[in-house]
Design a protein around this ligand. Structure first.
Ligand code: MN
Length: 703
């Protein structure tokens, strides 16, 4: 059975290929301008007269690029100056006449849209440029691909699919036209992919295995295919990029000038390649990655202490609904189902397409491993849809009706994706006022100073304030989160002492290679818990490490909603992983309704019974201990009114300026975050305010 599409319906001249690529590319970039158009109307999304980026991790690479341009950075400031994205950005910033901020904003659109090129070329390879063109239009804007390559989504995603798609194109090219010079781009692309995104090692190994199986099953006597396997392998080796390319070039030269090369020599090189693969890592990196997904524990042990693991909400739900899965890959369930059918038929028609199976497999892992993987299946499924469309129209006789069918069905497939783009109103990571606070700090702090906050804000802090941080989007394991959590949720004395201890121990740790700072503190002070540590240091203030730099505390309004998560990381017995300390009470309301007798928070999750000063929460009535009303007056001065009702019970804070109620026990009431952010009740011996506005409060440590 052959499912070949007749040639007549496709246009395969070079001119048509270039035109198809251009149109698909402009379409893909154009669709990414919709967000820019919308966001441009929101004045709080701007900084330095440019729209800000909308992905937190982007600030990591931006920091690296900024430091590369400046030509210097501080030792151990975790700035990624050797990261490929940071390097590419810095290089582009040097040669392009646009502002740095503008560059970050548009890079994802410009690079992410390159996915259309390998798709059109794959179509061309099978003499079906039109099929590739339709696939390019669809893949360029399909939901999950769009979400991670939209304007402002400045992250490595902009090339993590583009590069393997190019690898696959060159692979199929080398399989179709079996010429030696098509071998080189295979190694180049696989190696570039590994350099850009080291996690691609698993995918590239899967492609290698697929190619090997393909050869053994279908064409075991075709010597050229083994060469292809070898050149994939070369790109995959855990060796420096330049060395891999040099090896590929040397082998290519050998094959080119010695076409009658003894097979025995080839098999020795082939064997040596695989030996090198296993000697330089082999499948270990894949196994480790798998393990991190399969066996994720809540608690991990570090130097004898048991910390929380960041499950990092990476487990975006174990089971995602099929419709969500399908929509993320193809925009709609209907198109996804058609695409699957088309993909299977296309595999029969163009056998080399089998090489795209690892991408599909990785995409389908999303069903159990989380939404983030759907992006991998987008391009192969788009090819499937394109194939089915052109396969079916051959049964239509009239040319004009064929064309009309293609236009209508392609339009119908694109439309849900367009709707998604229109409705996907991703905000920028921070708003102007928040950046202003960070910028003010940059002006007064030294680059060696630290600003302590929760890890979510680490990258933006380092980018805008140019100071060091304890934790960030990449450094947030349980043992480093512990001190940050402790500082933010314990009373001020504990917070102040732990701030100085963690900063000095972190810096010292870089020199002595002792990164387990909590374990080291426990050892040095001969204690077994953080509270004992603080008691000991408090009683003997001279034992506190000498201050080598200034330390700041960054307290944003944003942190209010995640405060219980922040607290979790220090609400555990480090010595005993089985102990389950009772979690303190904190509830922040989103909306409130006044019924006269009661105040109903969030539709009755919590009710405040006004006359009795009681609270109803989870079916239980609890007395209100203290009631606080906090808000800004017309002169933007913070005003606090306080009433005490009972000696026991929970506290209620009414944040009049934010329209929010907080329900919290004494633990949270006395926490540094609530005391310093909500009340501005700082202990002048411990802290000094540096920047106070309704969105951000920054304090300087005085110990
Ligand atoms: Mn720095």
């Amino acid at each position: 059975m052959k499912f070949q599409i007749p040639q007549s319906v496709s246009l395969n001249t070079t001119k048509m290929v270039i035109l198809s690529i251009l149109i698909a590319y402009l379409f893909s970039v154009g669709m990414r301008m919709i967000w820019i158009g919308e966001a441009q109307n929101v004045s709080t999304f701007f900084w330095n007269n440019a729209l800000m980026i909308n992905t937190n991790d982007g600030y990591y690479f931006a920091e690296g690029a900024r430091d590369l341009l400046a030509g210097s950075h501080q030792p151990n400031d975790l700035s990624p100056i050797t990261d490929p994205l940071a390097m590419l950005t810095a290089w582009l910033a040097k040669i392009l006449p646009v502002s740095f901020e503008t560059l970050l904003l548009y890079m994802p659109s410009v690079f992410g849209s390159l996915i259309v090129i390998p798709l059109v070329l794959m179509g061309r390879l099978f003499n079906q440029t039109s099929m590739g063109f339709v696939a390019a239009l669809l893949a360029g804007i399909a939901n999950s691909y769009y979400n991670r390559t939209m304007s402002g989504y400045y992250d490595t995603d902009m090339l993590t699919i583009v590069l393997p798609m190019f690898s696959l194109y060159f692979l199929m090219l080398a399989m179709t036209h079996q010429r030696n010079h098509f071998l080189l781009p295979i190694t180049l692309m696989v190696a570039l992919n590994g350099w850009w995104y080291p996690q691609s090692y698993s995918l590239n190994t899967a492609i290698l295995v697929t190619m090997l199986l393909y050869t053994v099953v279908f064409e075991r006597n075709n010597h050229h295919l083994y060469k292809i396997v070898l050149f994939i392998l070369l790109g995959l080796l855990s060796l420096p990029l330049v060395l891999k390319l040099a090896l590929a070039l040397a082998l290519f030269t050998l094959f080119h000038f010695q076409p009658t090369l003894d097979k025995k020599w080839f098999w020795m090189v082939f064997g040596a390649g695989f030996a090198l693969y296993f000697a330089t890592g082999g499948v270990d990196p894949i196994w480790n990655e798998l393990k991190s997904y399969l066996f994720r524990d809540n608690v991990s042990e570090t130097a004898g202490l048991h910390f929380y693991n960041v499950a990092q909400t990476v487990r975006e739900a174990g089971h995602i609904p099929f419709t969500v899965f399908a929509e993320r890959i193809s925009g709609s369930t209907m198109v996804f189902v058609l695409a699957c059918v088309g993909y299977l038929l296309a595999l029969l028609a163009y056998r080399p397409l089998i090489l795209t199976l690892p991408l599909v497999g990785l995409g389908f892992i999303a069903m159990s491993a989380g939404l983030r993987f759907t992006i991998y299946a987008v391009a192969p499924m788009a090819l499937g849809f394109g194939y089915l469309l052109f396969y079916l129209i051959q049964f239509i006789e009239k040319k004009w009706l064929q064309l009309l069918t293609v236009v209508v069905f392609t339009g119908a497939a694109l439309y849900p994706n367009y709707k998604h783009i229109q409705e996907y109103k991703n905000p920028t990571v921070l708003i102007t006022k928040e950046v202003h606070a960070l910028d003010q700090l940059r002006k007064r702090a030294s680059r060696e100073d630290y600003m302590i906050s929760w890890w979510d804000y680490g990258y933006p802090i380092r980018y805008y304030s140019d100071v060091k941080t304890l934790v960030d989007g990449g450094k947030h394991s349980g043992d480093v989160n512990y001190p940050a959590s402790y500082i933010l949720t314990q009373p001020q004395t504990n917070a102040a002492l732990m701030s100085r201890l963690s900063v000095e121990y972190t810096e010292k740790g870089f020199k002595t290679n002792q990164t387990q700072i909590i374990a080291q503190m426990f050892k040095d002070y001969k204690v077994t818990s953080a509270d004992d540590l603080i008691t000991t240091v408090h009683a003997n203030p001279t034992t506190l490490p000498k201050a080598t730099r200034n330390v700041y505390l960054y307290l944003p309004l944003r942190m209010m909603e995640i405060l219980p998560t922040v607290a979790l990381f220090s609400q555990l017995d480090l010595q005993n992983p089985q102990a389950q300390p009772q979690q303190p009470l904190f509830y922040a309301s989103q909306g409130v309704e006044d019924t006269g007798k009661t105040l109903e928070l969030d539709g009755g999750v919590v009710s405040i019974i006004k006359a009795q000063n009681m609270l109803k929460i989870g079916g239980q009535e609890v007395p209100i201990k203290g009631f606080y009303q906090v808000g800004y007056d017309n002169a933007m001065k913070l005003q606090i009114q306080e009433q005490q009702f009972a000696s026991e019970g929970v506290n209620v804070i009414y944040l009049s300026s934010y329209g929010k109620f907080l329900i919290l026990d004494d633990f949270y009431l006395h926490s540094t975050y609530i005391q310093l952010f909500v009340f501005e009740h700082y202990d002048p011996k411990l802290f000094e305010p540096v920047f106070l506005d309704p969105l951000t409060k920054i304090y300087k440590l005085k110990v």
